[in-house]
Design a protein around this ligand. Structure first.
Ligand code: NAP
Length: 246
């Protein structure tokens, strides 16, 4: 069993989650990631981590399914013996105006974004409590702080993550486990690529830095929050949004 630190990133196959996992790998962490889509090229992903000189475990599991999550967390512990940092990143959008939003659209976003964060945190914390050490970083969003027309399901899930994070930060501090949330603004990934040019233009006008952020810019903050450099920071929500919400 290698002595490297271990990071567990949900939804690490694309976008912010993948960049987070690669950033930790650059700092010598062994990496566990999960994904849900059959389109995921596991071999190609594994190669990217091999090239960083670290070990990786890439597993399929839906974060909203307790049994699947318990199984992959156990596999991670069997392989690496510990999890030092958990990044609850997996998330989806199903946008619609309130009057058009179907119950299934509301439920699915809450199930994956909020309940998924609960299920994975519970499964991983069991081991972090025994270690008496750990850092948990949950992906919220600026819209969880400010709200956004057309995203009442997503905003509610991301606001819920803030309350969840502050509660577990209070519960777990005595075991030397920290929990923080990051609230990205508009970041260039598949999630935002679907927006039209006119919507993007109107978004730029709300961002003091006048551009979208990159996954790398979010990953650097998440790396800091997982590292000992942030050892006195817990229960916080930190925006990485070009000044969009202040
Ligand atoms: P993305 O590019 O759409 O990637 C989403 C990731 O989540 C993929 O790895 C996907 O796996 C995984 N995933 C989706 N549903 C899952 C499920 N049920 N179980 C397990 N994994 C699942 O998203 P992103 O833009 O990188 O966003 C990452 C996080 O940041 C999300 O929580 C999002 O809400 C948050 N965020 C993003 C932005 C932004 O502007 N992009 C802004 C604020 C917050 P597959 O590849 O298998 O589908």
């Amino acid at each position: 069993m290698s002595e490297n630190n271990v990071v567990f990133v949900t939804g690490g196959s694309r976008g912010i989650g993948k960049q987070v996992a690669l950033t930790y790998a650059e700092h010598g962490y062994n990496v566990v990631i999960n994904y849900v889509s059959d389109k995921t090229d596991v071999e190609a992903l594994k190669k990217e981590f091999d090239e960083k000189g670290v070990e990786s475990l890439i597993l399929k599991a839906d974060v909203s399914n307790q049994q699947e999550i318990d199984e992959i967390v156990k596999k991670a512990i069997d392989k690496f013996g510990k999890i030092d940092v958990l990044v609850n990143n997996a998330g989806i959008t199903k946008d619609n105006l309130l009057m058009r939003m179907k119950e299934e659209e509301f439920d699915r976003v809450i199930e994956i974004n909020l309940k998924g964060t609960f299920l994975v945190t519970k499964a991983v914390t069991k081991y972090m409590m025994k270690q008496r050490n750990g850092s948990i970083i949950n992906l919220s969003s600026v819209v969880g702080v400010s709200g956004n027309a057309g995203q009442c399901n997503y905003s509610a899930s991301k606001a819920g993550i803030i309350g969840f994070t502050k509660s577990i930060a209070k519960e777990l501090a005595s075991r030397n486990i920290r929990a923080n949330a990051v609230a990205p603004g508009f970041i260039e990934t598949d999630m935002t690529n679907v927006l039209s040019d006119s919507i993007k233009e109107s978004i730029y006008n709300q961002i003091p830095l006048k551009r979208m952020g990159t996954a790398r810019e979010v990953a650097e903050l998440i790396y800091f929050l997982g590292s000992e450099k942030s050892s006195y920071i817990t229960g916080q929500v930190i925006n990485v949004d070009g000044g969009m919400v202040m």
